[in-house]
Design a protein around this ligand. Structure first.
Ligand SMILES: [Zn+2]
Length: 262
């Protein structure tokens, strides 16, 4: 992706960090790495992830997108970032606004290390679809602003990364329409580790790899707030490499990144 010099500092930061490798290419030799960057246009009602939507991202066989929800939390997120950096892998984090507001340093670190930072509401209601529409919209909007304030120091009318995931995948037609109207794309998942259920890291690894081998590709959902996921992650990344999976990093198109907070 390219970044025009005329863009304001915040936009340069978003573009530059998305484009800049966390490690120099030679340092990533022999690691799992990030095989390609996929620009995902969120406009027009983007809804991806076959667990809840009919369609998903255009991934080739053995391509995966790694996503982490609910953070950041200081007890777990730094270890996730470290494991990803060790393998030169870039992921997408769907932030809970109140956690982002409490730990802006971790949000900025994730961006500085090249990851995409999307949104997951302010308070993580279970679910937004079960709330009155106005309250649900308010929680979504507060989350967008809190995430952007933490990430960039300022929050405008349009989030620079217009990617949203519903807590508990609890969407409604009205809320999907609302996000579509704002040009915000909705990410579901194609498979997950069920890491909300207590299990050992080994059990979780076996479960997610069985599901991935069955699916062959897809958007994978984890939680960077779960210690069992943190403990599993290095072995999971090693398994991806051993089995020939390739990691795809999703980013918004530059044109959308140019949405300047006002
Ligand atoms: Zn969540």
């Amino acid at each position: 992706m390219s970044c025009l010099a005329s863009r304001v500092a915040i936009v340069l930061a978003v573009c530059g960090l998305a484009a800049a490798p966390a490690l120099a290419a030679q340092d990533c030799e022999g690691r799992l790495g990030t095989s390609r960057v996929m620009e995902v246009d969120p406009t027009g009602g983007l809804q991806v992830g076959t667990k809840h939507f009919p369609q998903t991202l255009d991934l080739a066989d053995k391509e995966v997108v790694l996503t982490f929800d609910d953070g950041p939390l200081p007890g777990t997120t730094p270890t996730v970032l470290k494991a990803l950096a060790r393998e030169c892998v870039r992921a997408t984090f769907f932030l809970v606004g109140r956690n982002a507001a409490a730990h802006p340093d971790l949000v900025r670190r994730a961006i500085a290390e090249g990851h995409t930072v999307g949104h997951h509401s302010m308070t993580h209601p279970m679910t937004l679809a079960d709330m009155p529409f106005d309250k649900a919209v308010a929680d979504i909007d507060r989350g967008l602003r809190a995430d952007d304030k933490a990430a960039y120091g300022v929050a405008g009318a349009r989030p620079p990364v217009p990617f949203f995931r519903f807590p508990g995948f609890g969407s409604s037609p009205a809320l999907l329409d609302y996000l579509k109207g704002r040009g915000i794309g909705v990410f579901g998942a194609d498979l997950w580790a069920s890491d909300w259920n207590p299990m050992t890291p080994d059990e979780q690894l076996k479960l997610v790899m069985t599901r991935l081998d069955h699916a062959g590709r897809g958007i994978i959902l984890f939680h960077d707030t779960r210690s069992q996921t943190v403990k599993m992650l290095p072995a999971f990344l090693a398994a991806l490499k051993e089995k020939g999976y390739r990691v795809v990093h999703v980013v918004p198109p530059p044109a959308r990144s140019a949405a300047v907070p006002q």
